[in-house]
Structures are given as C-alpha cells and as structure tokens.
Design a protein around this ligand. Sequence first.
Ligand SMILES: [Zn+2]
Ligand SMILES: [Zn+2]
Length: 115
Amino acid sequence: MERSTLYSISENGDAITCHLCGATSSNTNDIQRRYCGQCHRFLDDVESAMAQGACPDCGARHFRPGPRGGASQNIECRRCKARFNVTWYFGHLIFAERIEREIEGGSRWPEDWFP
Ligand SMILES: [Zn+2]
Ligand SMILES: [Zn+2]
C-alpha cells in the first residue's frame, strides 16, 4: 500500500483515501492525480504546503497552537481559522487531519491558553 501523510492508496490501487477529510474515491483520475474531490485539493500540494508550515486553505503561515496530546498538536490558522491535527516527527510532518473549526462546533481555544 502506498502511503503518504495525507492519503493512502489501496492495495490494488483502485481507491484513494484522503486523511484530511476521510473521504475515499475510486475515481481513476483522482487516484492518478492524488486529488480529493471533497477537499477540492491535490493532496501532494497540500502536503508540501503543510510541510513548509503554510495553511493549505489560504497559504498563511501563522498558526496558533491548540491542545496537544503526545506527539500530535492541534493548530489553527490565524487567517482563515482552519484547524488541523498534526504530528511532526524529527522535523517531518507524518500525519495531518482536518478538525472542526470553532465555528463548526470545535472547542474554544482561549487566546491565552498556550503562550
Ligand atoms: Zn479530502
Ligand atoms: Zn488558512
């Protein structure tokens, strides 16, 4: 199975699962181009943006930290408020998934929580 931080491709290559939103597609074009129809994103592009510390939605490079657990850290884009749960391992982004924005029902992260 081919694995990336943001997607996995099934054993026989006939499906791609986006880790960012959880959607699975069996569309050949999606699989070949690593495209997620639900995120409307090319996942390799999203991955390289995030690996460089940029928001895949708006390109901003300013995140504020939210709750963390073990190696994973929740972050929120200061510009568009998109939230992600990310895991870094020795400087490499190894996992990322999208989580609910505050406006979508996500928990409130007080500004002074994490200095
Ligand atoms: Zn997706
Ligand atoms: Zn953003």
